[in-house]
Write a protein that binds this ligand. Structure first.
Ligand code: KIV
Length: 261
């Protein structure tokens, strides 16, 4: 097993928590690494927070590789996760393996894909051929056009059981990590205790092995954030103020200053 991943597994066994944040570019990856972040995720959420789309479905593999290269350059010793975008892996294990290879060559250490038990064969195929896979269950944003909205998952006993079954199937198939998004806290806790894979929660309570947040939420760059996110900064407001001041300075002649001849 990858030396860095075996540290994550050891930490799971010892109850030591780990933190990840999304990163889409070199400076964010550099700040994350310098902050002691354990992992950075080049998420296809970039379709929304960087490109301004309503969902993640327009993101291409080429875009993901482009951003993964930038993040790799800044990520130092952080484990770099990268998302397989919609339409690049669901058809067959072979398709997933080929797309994952592109992300590996761009610098990713771990490849993330969305889906439950139906993806177990793909996870096994990729794992057996040397690719570390992170599965993603619960609210899987690539299904949003099927569901009609971003929906919390696992609210009934039957749904909770289905999630548990999916997580177990993916872990048994070889997934090293399982992201659980927008899942009830107790369901995520139970799954985390039950499976070998390292669980990464987002809106899944405090009892997953690791947490991930979207950088734009942590930094306050989005107008609104989901209720489970914590905004550690209002960088959007600061950026707006800086731009306003710059415009005023140019218009008023305060910038640039006159230089002596
Ligand atoms: O794309 C992304 O940023 C993600 C996280 C929200 C887990 O998948």
């Amino acid at each position: 097993m990858h030396k860095k991943i075996s540290r994550w597994v050891k930490d799971k066994q010892q109850g030591v928590k780990r933190a990840l944040v999304t990163a889409y570019d070199y400076p964010t990856a550099r700040f994350a690494a310098a902050a002691g972040m354990h992992g950075v995720l080049v998420g296809d959420s970039l379709g929304m927070v960087v490109c301004g789309d309503h969902d993640t479905l327009n993101v291409t593999l080429e875009q993901m590789c482009y951003h993964t290269r930038m993040v790799r350059r800044g990520a130092g010793g952080c484990l770099v996760f990268a998302d397989l975008p919609f339409g690049t892996y669901e058809k067959s294990p072979e398709q997933a393996w080929e797309s994952a290879g592109e992300l590996l060559r761009a610098g990713a250490d771990v490849i993330k894909l969305e889906g439950g038990a139906e993806m177990a064969a793909t996870v096994a195929f990729c794992t057996e051929r040397g690719i570390n896979i992170c599965a993603h269950i619960g609210l899987t944003p690539q299904r949003v056009r099927q569901w009609g909205s971003f929906q919390r998952q696992g609210n009934t006993d039957a749904e909770a059981q289905r999630l548990h079954h999916e997580a177990a199937a993916l872990s048994t198939a070889g997934a090293r990590f399982v992201v659980m998004e927008a899942v009830p806290d107790q369901v995520a806790a139970r799954i985390s205790r039950a499976i070998d894979a390292v669980t990464i929660g987002i809106g899944a309570g405090p009892d997953t092995d690791a947490q991930v947040l979207v950088a734009h939420d942590v930094l306050g760059l989005e107008a609104e954030s989901p209720p489970f996110a914590r905004r550690y900064l209002e960088a959007g407001n600061l950026q707006q103020k800086a731009f306003v001041q710059y415009v005023q300075d140019v218009v008023s002649g305060n910038f640039p200053p006159r230089r002596p001849h």
